[in-house]
Every structure is written in structure tokens, then in C-alpha cells.
Ligand binder design. Sequence first.
Ligand SMILES: [Zn+2]
Length: 322
Amino acid sequence: MNVSEKFYLGLDVGRTIRGALVSADGRIINQQKVIAEVSDPRIFISQLIAVINDLRRSVETQGRAFAVGIGWAGLVNQSAQRIEVMPNMIDLSAFDLHDEIEQATGLPVVFDNDANVAAYGEWRCGAAQGFKDVFFISIGTGIGAGLILSGQLQRGSRGFAGEFGHFKINLDGLECACGSTGCLETLASGPNIVRRVREQLFSDPTFSVSRLAMDMEGILTCERVFQAAMERDQLAVGVLKETAKVLGAAVASVINLLNVEVIVMGGGVMAAGDLILRYIRKEVQKDAIAQAQESCAIVMAKLGQDAGIIGAALLARDTLPE
Ligand SMILES: [Zn+2]
């Protein structure tokens, strides 16, 4: 047994804290999942430290963990390595978490946005491997993105680049969690796809079931809607096409703006696979400049939910001193 093997820790932190111990070539060796305790920052921080310490101890006989990468479901100030906002979750802005985790674990730590680390994972060992100009999109409860240009992860001046979910798609649209209105997220995120189905199903408020319909959280899910679309339910197919239309328009804008080589699409909503991807490609064909789209592939992500933990670990591998 090679006792000097190098490992890296990757964490993907949202309502669930996912952590993994990853080999230097991007394989998950061991992983842990914990529901985040968001009511108390101190408990939350101790949960994170416990996940890191448990995972690193699990390979002590084989080698050593060298560094930790953490992707956060929020805005991370890159230069200060501080969490500025974790929407609808927990306020960590008053804590110097970076220093605290480094001190508690004795390991160097790097913070980034969750979509950035997932993009990094797909780029290093997933669907975008070998490309230099990549736009990664994750569509789930929210919509995030990560951008790689000329072989470099781009974060913008302070780390807030890639907020693709907040592209304004509808000038008269719904209020968004970001404070603006009509964002892509208000139409194409998982919960908003479900909302649109509900609105169509129960558009006539005189039915007494209409009120019951508002209480269908957890029963009517995006997954079920797209399953119904696969079984050719007309309403579900309509909602899926409409979703592909807005996503396609936004993706076309990205292609026009950045002339990337590949768009990688992941997240729970894209579990509908080819069914939705086909329509997105069609929309892009209509909306993007021909020369830019001809040289751009639109593909499904490969790593699924593991993109974030693998990407965070590999980001730590590539950016932190040993
Ligand atoms: Zn928004």
C-alpha cells in the first residue's frame, strides 16, 4: 500500500453539506452528506469542520489529505475569501470562516462559488475536459454558472461573475430572490417550472381544487412534470418546450457574448436529458449568431451531483500550496 498517496477534500455547501475525499486524479474515495443546521452559525461551522476531519481521518492509513476546497451556494468575495450572501439560508457575513476552518483543521483552504467549483470539476474530469473556453450551467432549485476562458476559471473582479440565473429574460416578469424582476431563474428553475405547471393546471380559480393545488409542494415536482412529458402529456410537453425556449434564448446570448467552444448543462432540471436538450439546441439555432454557434457544442454534464465536490477538491489541488 502506498502510504504517501495524496488526497484532497472537496465540499459542496448548501442546505446539504456534501463532502468528499478525492484522489489526485479526481476519483471520489469516500464521501459524507449532512443536513446543514442553518438556525445557528456556530453549529453549522462545527458541522463543516467535523465533515472535513472525519474524511481526512478515513485515509490516514493510505496517505494524507493536503488541502480543502469549498464551494458555497452563495456569493463569495474572492479577494477576502468571505461569504457575502447565502440566500434563504444562513448569514455568515460576520464570520471569518476561512481562517477558522484553516486553524481548526490545519489544512490550507480555498473558497469559491458552488457553480464555479462544479464548472471546474466538469472541466478537469467531466464533459468539458480538453476544452479551453467553457460555459457551465447548473439548473436546479436555482440557476448558476461557471466560466472558463483561455483555460482559466473566470470569477470577475470580486468573485461574483457567472450569475446566469439573473439574466433578465422578461421585462414584466415576476420578482426574483435577487431583488430584480423577470430573471431567467423566475421561469426556468425547478420550483418555477412546477409553479408554471400549477398555474396552468389550476388557472380557473372557481374550481375548489384550485386552492388545494397551491398545497402540492413535494407532490408535484419538476422531475414528475418531465416524466409526464416523456410520456407525452400535452401540458407537461408544453411547459418543457417553454422552459427550453427561455433557456435557449439565454444560452444563445452567452454564445453571442463569449464565443465559447462548449456549453455544459447540468443540475436536476437537466435530468430530463435529451428530451429538453434537443429543444434547447433548436432554440439556440434560431437565436444565436450562426458563426458563433457552429463552433459551439451544447452537451450534458457528466459528473451529476458529484461535479461540485470533485471540482472543489481539484481546485484546492491546483491552487493551494502544499
Ligand atoms: Zn434574479
